[in-house]
Design a protein around this ligand. Sequence first.
Ligand code: ZN
Length: 341
Amino acid sequence: MKSWKDRSAKVQVKESELPSSIPAQTGLTFNIWYSKWSQGFAGNTRFVSPFALQPQPHSGRTRGDNDDQLFFCLFFAKGMCCLGSKCQYLHHIPNEDDVDKLALRTEVLDCFGREKFADYREDMGGVGSFRRKNRTLYIGGIDGALNGKHLKSTQIESRIRFVFSRLGAIDRIRYVEDKNCAFVKFKYQANAEFGKEAMSNQTLLLPSDKEWEDRREGTGLLVKWANEDPDPAAQKRLQEEQKLESLNMMVRLINNNTITSAGAGVDNNTKKIPDRKETPEVSINSTKKRLLPIDNGLQSDIFIENLKKLKKNENIEHNPSNSFSRKVGGPLVDYPSSDEE
Ligand SMILES: [Zn+2]
């Protein structure tokens, strides 16, 4: 399979195929077929998007790759960029290199360069929050995306797996039969951000289905940021991940304040931050690493601050009264309440 790097990005739609004018925004989703806004103020109807991203054939190099662009093309994700290789944004699925670059530059913008907000929107739609890392999408509207076609739960899950795994490395996917919804957890948040835009209002029908021609009559998938997966096993994993992340943060912090020097003489095994006065003579023959006594006061302040955060985190995790809280940072175990099915 040829890599997207070896070819120019394709034009996904001709400019003439796009709606010529978009009226003033009165809803959250613009329905291109009917030229009106839906979802929100002007009504609650959703429509299947007439455009869809096909990751393999559509991906390719753009002007953005030459300009070291960080961000991805939102229209590409939705399958409707008419610029192709002339686009100043990236036209491929976010990969590990992209994830690293995005993480280095900013935490407050999503992979499309849109500002994140402190809180999720009430309906868990939108860009997402910068306060909480979230790699999990809630997938609803499955009936509408299948135009009511009856499938076994394993078949539904495998369709969801098929369409979402094209959009980035998957951590896990879980279909909840009695709620007819699914949770898709990506390995990286950037792919969740990308996947949310790419799969919103998309059909789950396949060209081989006899219902395919009527897919536009369906309502398409409803993709939101997930509150945490209510599965107890998933909750436990989340707690472990959070602890690990806090620990990693502390290790990074220590490392940032540590200059490893081949000439240093303090035994690192004691993990002691040496006092400035007691710093021994540097011996060029020693290969042991040591913590440089740069600024003990500042270092321990940050340390204590982080320990406090860690403790606070644990309290939130173990306090059942917070379990159903919608507060950012607490474990959220309920399903989104505003599913419009
Ligand atoms: Zn584009």
